[in-house]
Design a protein around this ligand. Sequence first.
Ligand SMILES: Nc1ncnc2c1ncn2[C@@H]1O[C@H](COP(=O)(O)OP(=O)(O)O)[C@@H](O)[C@H]1O
Ligand SMILES: [Mg+2]
Length: 273
Amino acid sequence: MSKVMLFASGKGGVGKSTITANLAVHLARLGRSVVLVDADIGLRSLDLFLGLENRVVYDLLDAAHGRCMLSQALLSSDDLPSLRLLPAAQFARCKELDPRKLKKILARLKKENEFILIDCPAGMERGLRNVLNAGADETVLIVTPDDLCIRGAERVAALLEEKELPRPGIIVNRLDNDLIFAKEMVAARVVSDLLDRPLLGEIPEDPAVYMAQLRRRLVLDYACEAREALIRIARRLDGETVSLPEYGKKRRSFFRRHFPSPLKEVESDGQNH
Ligand SMILES: Nc1ncnc2c1ncn2[C@@H]1O[C@H](COP(=O)(O)OP(=O)(O)O)[C@@H](O)[C@H]1O
Ligand SMILES: [Mg+2]
């Protein structure tokens, strides 16, 4: 099994890079060989999520245009060799990425890896279209539960259909159990019904996500609800049957609502799951 998975969103700032990076790490921790492709040309970010920012020499555009070998552009961290990053170019424009060249790179990566996760540029512009034109085996749309984001996601879903890409699975991010319970926010299932696409995952609003970013760490490194949610989604991507939490169905206990637990690092058991 080897698949290219595109992670897209209708607008920026919805958590796409955070989610894609953490899913890639967990899949690698599950023993899969994974390549994370940062296709957000002009706004390289995944190197920061993985702590590889000082190691970037070549990037996706260099590899695509033959300025280096593909192997030279791929970076891996010492503690997780089964995950490699193909960083985005920082000082370039998205139109410089030729979809045919990207397609060739993806085909080569597929020969040696089980998962190729692509963090797409946000929005509907040329950057996204170029990446979509390279094709994919599966697509994922990241959405937050608000009208504007859902509207943007609808447009991306239509674009995926136009490009004859597979129907996307929906990941709803930044869900608030109590707001859903109070009917202030729509539940993840409602978002996926509105978009008429299957629900792949639910991730809660969780202060640990931003704290992890500030500390230049992964969300997965902290014992928090978002970590559990990300692991659940990674296992689903890996083919396991894992049920979703259905945030908002039940009211959280008084203590969980009023006494948030302090941020604690996950004790490494060598397995990390
Ligand atoms: N579930 C969440 N809870 C809290 N903050 C989040 C959550 N998901 C994302 N964020 C924050 O939202 C911001 C945007 O995330 P990012 O992954 O950069 O989005 P994108 O790649 O879609 O632009 C970051 O500061 C991140 O820490
Ligand atoms: Mg991003």
